[in-house]
Design a protein around this ligand. Structure first.
Ligand SMILES: *Cc1c(COP(=O)(O)O)cnc(C)c1O
Length: 315
């Protein structure tokens, strides 16, 4: 395969890229060399959206679904990547192919960019831009932590930002609520945090959706949370296994009284949470329904229908 934008990649550069690569303005570079301007509104105003598609065993998983969400997010924020869908797909293939990563976390990002007129407060006067980056696959909770039983803390000092203020369906960098919650969780010796809204309903956590399992049914929030593609996969897998799912208000009490709790994310698929606050589920082990969904996720990740194979360079 020839590659005009990154000629003469020597083996050092190739192994550099394998630690992480970025696609910036048509060039694939080591991630450590990728940067955006200090006055980019993506940085100074969190005026940016992104998406993350996993690469599993040499192929993108559900690429079309992630791209659909990314394009919907950009439209919602009135961001124009100045690239069409085919060019973005090509950029992602090019970048991951050059990096040679067979299991990867692949981020696509569109930022408001820098103002064309210095000091303007008019978002229409910014030069939007698209970029992408990839690193070896990320588990939002490490497998060794999951194996021992992962704990989550329901934050008390902070609520999930209201849907009416920041649309949670648009994947975003407004992590002030999650970060505050993570400090609270870590200070209390919990692995991660789950946020409730101001009314006491469960929403989601930093980069994952939350599910309660009760009497054989699975329940997840209908608001305050991203429409996770892994959440969608969970709902489809549940249907496949004749497990009833409910998308509705989920109270803190209901989560604490559940039989099992699990989270879903493109960074790790379906992951059991064995303890929330003081409550321990399924004897501190992965519950039965969670286990079925977790195994099915990794099977589905290898189904041809969901896969878009990457053309790797031979090296
Ligand atoms: C990315 C993300 C998720 C999980 O979505 P997936 O598409 O399943 O990876 C959930 N919540 C937030 C806030 C996220 O950023």
């Amino acid at each position: 395969m020839t590659d005009k934008s990154s000629p003469d990649l020597n083996s050092d550069q190739q192994s550099d890229l394998a630690h992480g690569a970025a696609w910036m303005k048509g060039r694939v570079i080591p991630i450590a060399q990728a940067s955006i301007p200090v006055n980019d509104w993506g940085l100074v105003h969190s005026d940016i959206t992104y998406d993350v598609v996993p690469v599993i065993d040499g192929a993108f998983f559900r690429l079309d679904d992630y791209l659909d969400r990314f394009f919907a997010s950009m439209a919602s924020l009135r961001l124009d990547p100045e690239m069409d869908r085919a060019s973005i797909i090509q950029a992602l293939h090019h970048m991951v192919g050059l990096a040679g990563l067979r299991d990867a976390y692949v981020a696509m990002v569109c930022s408001r960019g820098t103002p064309k007129i210095a000091g303007t407060r008019d978002p229409r006067q910014c030069q939007n831009h698209f970029f992408a980056w990839c690193v070896p696959y990320i588990h939002v909770i490490k497998p060794e932590v999951l194996a021992k039983g992962a704990s989550a803390w329901i934050a008390q000092s902070v609520f999930r930002i209201p849907d009416a203020s920041i649309n949670p369906l648009v994947k975003n960098y407004h992590w002030g609520d999650f970060t505050k919650g993570l400090f609270e969780a870590k200070d209390n010796n919990y692995e991660t945090v789950i946020l409730a809204d101001s009314e006491g309903y469960i929403t989601e956590g930093p980069g994952f959706n939350v599910f309660a399992v009760k009497d054989g049914k699975i329940i997840t929030s209908d608001h305050g949370a991203l429409g996770g593609i892994s959440r969608l996969t969970v709902l489809e897998m549940a249907q496949h296994h004749n497990i009833i799912s409910e998308i509705r208000l989920l109270t803190i009490a209901e989560l604490l009284n559940a039989d099992e709790v699990f989270i879903s994310s493109s960074g790790g698929g379906v992951m059991p949470i064995t303890k929330v606050n003081e409550t321990i589920y399924a004897n501190h082990a992965c519950g039965h329904i969670t286990d079925i969904l977790r195994q099915t996720y990794w099977q589905w990740a290898r189904h041809e229908a969901f896969r878009t194979a990457i053309a790797y360079l031979d090296h």
